[in-house]
Design a binder for this molecule. Structure first.
Ligand code: ZN
Ligand code: ZN
Length: 615
């Protein structure tokens, strides 16, 4: 027994709380009261902290009234603990009240608690305002203050203030604490400034896994998949062990670049380490295999998962959808519902777009209708965009237009864009012009839509229309983004741009393409340059440049075993000419060529494509 002296109880209580044994701490607090030992200003902070950690708001309130009754409400550490506790309970107003009532609130610890509280409660602006007040009052900050403030800037994507804080931190001579440095890296990354994120990273003498992850997630969120893989190689070189957080980013990079063998290498490593039961990691593997065109393995992993969550189901449904295997995707979706998993908004987007790639109009209508009725989910813009896409692709352009008119909210660029895409497939220039007028108003800088309209005109040999689109693009200073293709070979990703001659094997690649071209022509291929857009920078027709996917495919054919499959990832939609050419290629070289473009997978086999020319 601890006797009647509160100091002994308090030190035990402190020990428990510091060791994270919060339940025992609260138990001890109760025993203390039962033993008739009065709690004091050294008891409460730890009891309150434990209560906050265990998320027990009722007990927390009781402790608060106890504090007032006993009369140690004025004590700084007790108040600070209460501020942190209310912040943890998402009751930031109560936290603020405790702070405002403090007679001696000008203490750094309590300011820090409230700043951290605002950040925790997603009120980053309040955190920054508080810091300014602190500054005016001449209160010095420390690294804990920064830990609350820097994430606030990241949340606001306020690079200027973030940079300012970095400056103040350096000027203050504060040694850049490891965790503060990690926060700054994350802030730069969240604000899209990967250059400064990298600079800070390089300047750090010691890098822990959180530092690596801050940079790796930064590259990942900013869509720099090749930098993610480069950083992963650096990690391996210096012997830094990737954890689940970094691996999820790396696998997502593999997925976007089609780097299946790198992903597979990680998979083997993970199995060795015994991490294969981590649901997040398994979902990332399913996504990676599916997006690298290996549905069989994705499904095998999915089936073997002992516990599947909504993300696992969505990943596999998405995979089948992207491959145009809508029936399978629909089947999986229905199985998911039957297994008792509550579908969310994202899962509906996946299944609706799967319906679209497979032309399952009735099924899509059913899903859209049952979203609200059976699942309590209000269809959002992205669901309407999918439905417009489903109808449009299936040739029901007027129905698609009617749906847009009947939508309960104002359609956005994606909804009109879906209609525009459908008009391209079905060569409906009248509706295309209406859709384009709307889309250009809503998303004036989205180049893809201009290219789409131009291609619609091109298909109808409407050169005047093409010239108008070109004019609009020039006026708005827009250029067609460069086409770019990836292919992985022996755990290395090779990147090709249109007309690229920088690859070490460039000469051989172009020779190969010339030879292929002859074979294609013999087989009946006729070039269709209608979709080529005039490129005003180089004053030459873009048609003169060889599209990136052809370079990647030629490279792939040259460097792989006969009979094996070639997988190429393309950042934009495949153009009509390349699509036709690749169909012929698959026939003359007797190889399966798989291309994942911006919309879906194309499996070219024996002169045909799995998309049946609807993409
Ligand atoms: Zn092309
Ligand atoms: Zn296709």
């Amino acid at each position: 027994m601890l006797g009647k002296c509160s100091a002994a109880w308090n030190s035990r209580l402190k020990l428990y709380a510091q060791e994270g044994r919060f339940f025992q701490a609260l138990q001890l607090y109760c025993q203390m009261q039962l033993s008739g030992v009065p709690p004091d200003g050294f008891t409460f902070p730890f009891a309150i902290k434990s209560c906050a950690a265990l998320q027990l708001p009722k007990t927390g309130e009781q402790l608060h009234s106890c504090v007032i009754r006993i009369g140690c409400g004025a004590e700084l550490f007790v108040r600070t603990a209460l501020i942190a506790m209310y912040a943890r309970f998402s009751r930031i107003r109560d936290a603020r009240e405790v702070f405002d009532e403090m007679p001696r609130r000008q203490n750094l610890v309590s300011w820090n608690a409230l700043i951290a509280g605002y950040n925790l409660n997603k009120q980053p602006l309040e955190a920054l305002v508080l810091f300014r007040q602190m500054h005016v009052l001449g209160i010095e900050f420390n690294s804990i203050t920064m830990l609350g403030l820097v994430p606030a800037c990241a949340r606001l994507q306020d690079l200027e203030t973030g940079r300012c804080l970095h400056g103040i931190n350096i000027k203050n001579g504060a040694d850049l604490d490891e965790s503060v440095a990690n926060c700054f890296i994350t802030m730069y990354a969240r604000c899209g400034d990967m250059h400064d994120a990298r600079r800070l990273f390089d300047a750090l003498p010691e890098k822990n896994i959180i530092t690596w992850n801050a940079l790796i997630s930064g590259y990942s969120q900013n869509g720099h998949a090749d930098d993610v893989l480069r950083l992963y190689r650096e990690m391996e070189k210096v012997g830094a062990e990737a954890d689940a957080v970094s691996l999820v980013c790396i696998l997502s990079a593999c997925a976007s670049l089609g780097a299946q063998s790198i992903g597979r290498g990680i998979h083997e490593h993970v199995i060795q380490k015994g991490f294969q039961f981590n649901v997040f990691l398994m979902n990332a593997f399913i996504n990676m295999y599916a997006r690298c065109g290996n549905l069989e393995l994705a499904l095998k992993l999915f089936d073997e998962m002992p516990q599947k969550n909504i993300v696992s189901w969505t990943a596999i449904i998405n995979g089948y959808g992207m491959h145009g295997l809508g029936d399978m995707a629909v089947d999986l979706f229905d199985r998911m519902i039957a297994s008792g998993i509550q579908a969310d908004s994202i899962a509906f987007v996946s299944v609706l777009s799967a319906c679209s790639h497979a032309g399952l109009v009735d099924k899509a209508w059913d899903y859209l209708k049952c979203m609200k009725k059976n699942h309590g989910l209000e269809p959002r813009l992205e669901h309407y965009a999918c439905m417009v896409d489903v109808l449009g692709r299936a040739g029901q352009i007027n129905e698609a237009r009617n749906l847009i008119d009947a939508m309960p909210m104002k359609p956005d660029g994606a909804v009109w864009g879906a209609l525009l895409g459908a008009c391209k497939i079905h060569r409906n220039v009248e509706i295309a012009e209406i859709a384009a007028a709307n889309v250009f108003q809503l998303e004036p800088t989205n180049v893809g839509y201009y290219v789409l309209l131009s291609n619609i005109y091109a298909g109808l040999r409407n050169y005047e229309g093409m010239a108008t689109v070109r004019c609009m693009m020039r006026e708005r200073g827009l250029r067609k983004p460069p086409g770019c293709s990836y292919i992985e070979l022996q755990q290395r990703v090779h990147i090709f741009l249109a007309g690229d001659r920088s690859h070490p094997q460039a000469e051989a690649i172009y020779k190969m393409l010339d030879r292929l071209e002859e074979l294609l022509k013999e087989a009946g291929y006729v070039a269709d340059m209608s979709e080529a857009l005039y490129d005003d920078k180089d004053s030459e027709y873009e048609m003169l440049a060889v599209h990136s996917e052809r370079l990647a495919i030629a490279f792939g054919l040259m460097n792989s075993e006969p009979g094996t499959r070639v997988l190429v990832i393309k950042n934009l939609r495949v153009c009509i000419d390349c699509h036709t050419a690749i169909k012929f290629m698959s026939k003359v070289v007797e190889r399966e060529i798989v291309v994942r473009d911006a919309t879906r997978f194309h499996h070219f086999r024996n002169g045909d494509c799995s998309c049946k020319d609807f993409w």
